[in-house]
Design a protein around this ligand. Structure first.
Ligand code: RNT
Ligand code: ZN
Length: 422
């Protein structure tokens, strides 16, 4: 046995005893963690560029930075994701946007897309045993250039985007069928105004009506699950967003849709973690877009901060993991894009592990007994328990690099592959 492996196993043994003293079973935590998939978003690999190139990104979305080597083709993107997946412990999923379709050089508009345009992606996912999730693309298109799609005042434009939504649910169902695991198809639209509107009502009425049409056909939840994602504001959409949080919360409860909560889509002092138990009181399942808001940007790479940990704790404490689809949503063009995936996903998994290692029985007892001083004391003690030893052990058992060793692999891949892209 190598020295490193011996050290990791030794450290794990000690950590296991330390946690056991607090009533926490590390073996059980690691087992549970291995069964929790994270959906990796394709758009981190090319700054949300897509392969259609119909127009500016728009929609209030922006990727900043010019780090060399972004993926330019489906083959490059697939190869980059494979590299990232090889450095992340556990079995995960892949989340694709509609404008990454492979149309073989033909002009196929968004309302004409079908499963055949995603065959390459589906075959690839199947070969790797990955489940897939999907998103209609309501931006980067001439018909979205004035900032409105499903809530547009023009019936023709609205219908075009309704047709796109319908097409995407069928594609999602085809993915679910081919891969044997339901595809979560998430609707996010940019619609809104830069400056103060006088009619906030009309666009919301039109959006509700359009969504009803998109979702009119029932599709087996074994194949496709519909999600809807709200937002506070976007760049150039500062004063009014049609699809706000309250709008979609109401729509999802009324129509039994998954609500997608994006961590970057709320007021900065609002807690996403606190919303988990609130929305689960009325919804069977949710989708998460785990992200990190910084100032105006809602899409920084996820790190292991208090917000992420609080979110993971709510999911674990409430036993909500089987009802939660965890997806990531960030894009940073200023650093190595594969490393961004690896850092964000490893942090998400680490946060879940930390939450699973909480001495929750003791904490609950203290709270129930009104021992609030001891509750605070124990919560603070938990922060320096030997999480790292359990994490390293988990990485070795999953056959992925421990510590910074993964970075060496990203650097080697950069030298051999991504740095050669012009
Ligand atoms: C935008 C939403 C949305 C997008 C992706 C690309 O603010 O978060 O989820 O990031 O669809
Ligand atoms: Zn999102």
């Amino acid at each position: 046995m190598s020295n490193l492996k011996k050290n990791i196993e030794g450290a794990y043994k000690l950590a296991k005893e330390r946690f056991a003293d607090l009533g926490v079973d590390t073996d059980a935590a690691v087992k549970k963690l291995a069964k929790t998939p994270i959906s990796l978003h394709c758009w981190q690999g090319d700054d949300c560029g897509g392969f259609e190139k119909q127009g500016e990104l728009g929609g209030g979305l922006a990727a900043t930075g010019n780090y060399p080597g972004k993926a330019r083709t489906p083959a490059e993107l697939r190869s980059d994701v494979e590299k990232a997946l090889a450095l992340i412990p556990g079995k995960h999923r892949f989340n694709l946007h509609a404008f990454y379709a492979e149309v073989g050089g033909k002009k196929v508009d968004r309302n004409e897309l079908g499963p055949e345009h995603f065959k390459g992606w589906i075959d690839w996912a199947k070969s790797l045993g990955l489940g897939m999730d999907f998103n209609p693309t309501y931006f980067a298109h001439p018909k979205a250039a004035d900032g409105f799609t499903l809530s547009h005042s023009d019936k023709g434009i609205r219908n075009f985007w309704i047709e796109h939504g319908i097409a995407c649910r069928k594609i999602g169902a085809a993915m679910g069928k081919a891969l044997g695991t339901p595809c979560v198809t998430n609707v996010w639209i940019p619609d809104g105004y830069k400056d103060i509107p006088v009619d906030r009502k009309g666009p919301r009425e039109r959006l509700a009506e359009s969504l009803d049409k998109v979702f009119a056909q029932s599709i087996s939840p074994k194949l496709n699950l519909d999600a809807i994602e709200g937002k506070l504001f976007g760049i150039g959409f500062e004063s009014y967003t049609v699809g706000s949080h309250e709008f979609y919360l109401g729509y999802s409860v009324k129509n039994n849709k998954l609500l997608c909560l994006d961590a970057g889509h709320y007021h900065p002092t609002e807690s996403l973690a606190d919303k988990i138990t609130a929305v689960f009181s009325f919804l069977p399942e949710i989708l998460l877009h785990v992200s990190r808001g910084v100032r105006w940007d809602s899409d920084h790479v996820v790190i292991l901060n208090d917000d992420l940990l609080a979110l993971a704790q709510e999911l674990v404490r409430g036993d909500y993991l089987s009802r939660t689809h965890i997806g990531l949503d960030f894009f940073d063009a200023s650093i190595n894009r594969i490393a961004a995936w690896v850092i964000g996903t490893r942090c998400m998994i680490k946060a879940l592990l930390m939450a699973m290692l909480e001495p929750i029985d003791d904490l609950r007892r203290l709270e129930a007994e009104g021992q609030h001083t001891a509750r605070l004391a124990l919560l603070e003690e938990c922060k320096t328990l030997p999480l790292g030893a359990v994490w390293d052990y988990y990485c070795t058992t999953q056959n992925v690099p421990v510590g910074m060793a993964w970075m060496e692999e990203v650097k080697a891949y950069e030298a051999a592959v991504t740095s050669k892209r012009q």
